[in-house]
Design a protein around this ligand. Structure first.
Ligand code: ZN
Length: 346
């Protein structure tokens, strides 16, 4: 999952392709082959895949650039087959801003679809004969704008379904959040999403279209999972670390010798210790490292970097971000300038 290649940056945002993206050209090749398409058609189809890929990137950039307007950075854009994900660092604070961020993606596709419709009107390519051609694996250069326009329109419709993690789910949630509390809005939006997913399952079963029913089931599972993630994120952003701070902690000094430090930490069940240098946090050491250390060295030689400046009033999300970013198991927590405790993960 992690071995996703980076494509580069657009507007400073890293673009990453998920490994499963490779399915798209493979399926295209398979489809072209099964329809007995010739080399030209196959190449055209691959070109179409590239164009679709660009449309997906533009959709995600729509979200990312709108978020930027409201001061929210985008960590990265991940591309999956036919869909993408702009991972924002946090949710925009105001529901109105969240609404605009969610709308920006489908809006990009709508604009693209309208632009692509212009040459279609001018050259009036009959679309019915085109679908006929397509079913026989005959695609030509003239049919590309129509196919691309259809894809963009499909993206608009698909994304407007009020189901998490699709944009429609976020649009619905932000609309509800204008009237309700954030977590209540998430809950109701999630229920509506699950209800829609169940309708898809039932409709699929009614038509005896098991692919559709199965798709509905997957959407249901995804919606449930996304709802948990959103609820968790909200909790993380609204809960301060105050209640999690361990105020019963001991610190070591950079000048302490190993035997002295071992003696101090003996019988403690704390695993990581803050190391101070002239009363300022200089880093941390683990009890395991202390036990293995050469008894002639001092603590200052073996400290690991620790990010400073986290306050007890900061959110759990902020702490979690620092834990992840620096891969540290312990953070010093201050009240103003005073060090009041630590927060640790095991
Ligand atoms: Zn989107």
């Amino acid at each position: 999952m992690n071995a996703s290649p980076r494509l580069g940056r657009i507007f400073g945002i890293p673009i990453t392709i998920h490994w499963s993206f490779i399915l798209l050209p493979i399926l295209t090749l398979y489809w072209a082959n099964s329809k007995g398409a010739d080399l030209n058609t196959t190449l055209l189809l691959m070109g179409l895949v590239v164009l679709i890929f660009i449309c997906v990137v533009l959709h995600e950039l729509g979200h990312a650039l709108m978020a930027k307007r409201f001061g929210v950075k985008t960590k990265d854009i991940i591309l999956l087959p036919i869909c993408g994900m702009a991972r924002l660092e946090k949710l925009p604070k105001l529901p109105k801003h969240e609404l605009l961020v969610a709308l920006a993606g489908p809006l990009v596709n709508l604009v693209l679809a309208i632009l692509l419709a212009i040459p279609l009107f001018i050259f009036s390519t009959p679309s019915t004969s085109l679908i006929h051609q397509l079913s026989f694996g005959e695609v030509n250069l003239a049919s590309i704008p129509f196919l691309l326009m259809s894809f963009n329109l499909a993206m608009v419709v698909f994304n407007l379904f009020p189901i998490f993690p699709m944009d429609g789910g976020r649009i619905l949630r932000s609309l509800l959040a204008m009237k309700l509390k954030q977590n209540k809005a998430t809950q109701i939006a999630a229920y509506i999403g699950q209800f829609f997913a169940l309708l898809i399952v039932i409709y699929g079963l009614y038509l005896a279209d098991y692919t559709l029913a199965f798709t509905g089931l997957i959407v249901f599972v995804l919606a449930t999972r996304e709802q948990r993630i959103v609820a968790h994120n909200e909790l993380m952003h609204t809960t301060s670390i105050e209640s999690m701070v361990d105020t019963n902690f001991i610190t070591l000094d950079v000048k302490d010798t190993i035997p002295f430090a071992l003696n101090r930490i003996n019988l403690l069940d704390q695993k990581f210790f803050l190391v101070l240098d002239q009363d300022q946090v200089a880093g941390y050491v683990s009890d395991a490292a202390l036990k293995e250390a050469d008894s002639n060295s001092v603590i200052g030689d073996m400290i690991s970097y620790i990010p400073k400046g986290i306050q007890e009033s900061d959110s759990m999300a902020r702490a979690s971000e620092l834990f992840q970013k620096y891969g540290t198991p312990i953070l010093p927590v201050s009240r103003g300038k005073e060090l009041i405790g630590t927060i640790q993960i095991y």
